[in-house]
Design a protein around this ligand. Structure first.
Ligand code: HPA
Length: 291
């Protein structure tokens, strides 16, 4: 935690948000979506309301270009399911500690939200993939905790999260339903392994080739802490990467800049929008849901 960071009390943050949500919605949504760098989607909601991260007690400031720092909510159509949408997240590479990076997950958990859809921009390691492709994360490799030197002490409350052994971080049954729905809607969807690196610099070519031999399909700088923490709390999680550059080819790697990442993510927004809607509609139901 940086010395100037506010301290998040999830219950207080949740109270502030739920008071605001109830001005426009009669229920707390059961599905939350986190939109990563440049990903524009789910802007057209019914009963729309929002709060900026700066207004949520204990939340850090969102500092990365392409991240708005706004939490909104509403319904997917007049009769559709209620959802909460976080535009912008907190990265370890911004200098945030693990607890700040997990602020959104702590808030969703305190609100009682049970389903979490994470999105991110990522570099692709498959030479036959194309910028703008979408990839469902089947599983991840965590090289962030190691790089960030976490946890810091045996009494660190975050130890529980890092000790959690992820058997099924990304909900199998939900993933299957989403793949089926994407196929039926003609939305191309890849599936693969994501590696979370600390960043903020992009990988070297040697690192890319090394990661490829380790079975990695996509490289990014987020998602792993959020997905792990949420799953350790029992939230059902799925995650979708927007492949913004093919970093395994020298040209693709040379062209990677944050602006390019944001631009490609924006261009892929139509497919991402369709996929996110399908993900919300295929989300597990709480009461009596089996599977
Ligand atoms: N590497 C790591 N993170 C990224 C990349 C990349 O090539 N593209 C978008 N996020």
């Amino acid at each position: 935690m940086t010395s100037s960071s506010p301290v998040l009390d999830p219950q207080i943050a949740a109270q502030t948000v739920s008071d605001r949500v109830r001005l426009s919605l009669d229920i707390i949504p059961q599905v939350a979506v986190v939109l990563g760098s440049g990903i524009k989607a789910l802007e057209d909601l019914e009963c729309l309301g929002s709060i900026s991260y700066a207004e949520i007690p204990g939340f850090p400031e969102a500092t990365v270009a392409g991240h708005a720092g706004v939490l909104s909510w509403g319904r997917l159509g007049a009769e559709g399911p209620a959802i909460m949408v976080a535009r912008g997240r907190f990265h370890l590479y911004e200098g945030h500690g693990l607890s700040e990076a997990l602020s959104l997950v702590e808030l969703f958990h305190a609100l009682g939200i049970e389903n979490l859809i994470l999105t991110n921009a990522a570099g692709g390691l498959r030479a036959d993939w194309t910028p703008g492709d979408l990839m469902l994360i089947a599983d991840h490799i965590n090289l962030q905790g190691f790089q960030a030197g976490l946890p810091t002490s045996p009494s660190d409350p975050m130890l529980a999260a890092t000790r959690y052994r992820a058997v099924e971080t990304y909900h199998d049954a939900w993933r299957m339903r989403l793949k089926q729905a994407a196929m039926e809607a003609n939305v191309p969807l890849r599936e693969g392994i994501y590696v979370g690196l600390l960043g903020p610099s992009y990988e070297t070519m040697a690192e890319n080739h090394y990661l490829l031999t380790a079975g990695v399909d996509a490289v990014g700088m987020s998602t792993v802490p959020e997905a792990s923490r949420a799953a350790s709390y029992g939230l059902r999680v799925i995650a979708i990467s927007c492949i913004t550059n093919i970093s395994i080819t020298p040209r693709g790697a040379a062209e990677t800049s944050h602006q390019e990442v944001v631009d490609v993510a924006k261009a892929a927004s139509q497919n991402m929008e369709a996929l996110l809607r399908a993900a919300v509609l295929t989300a597990p139901q709480s009461a009596g849901f089996v599977g």
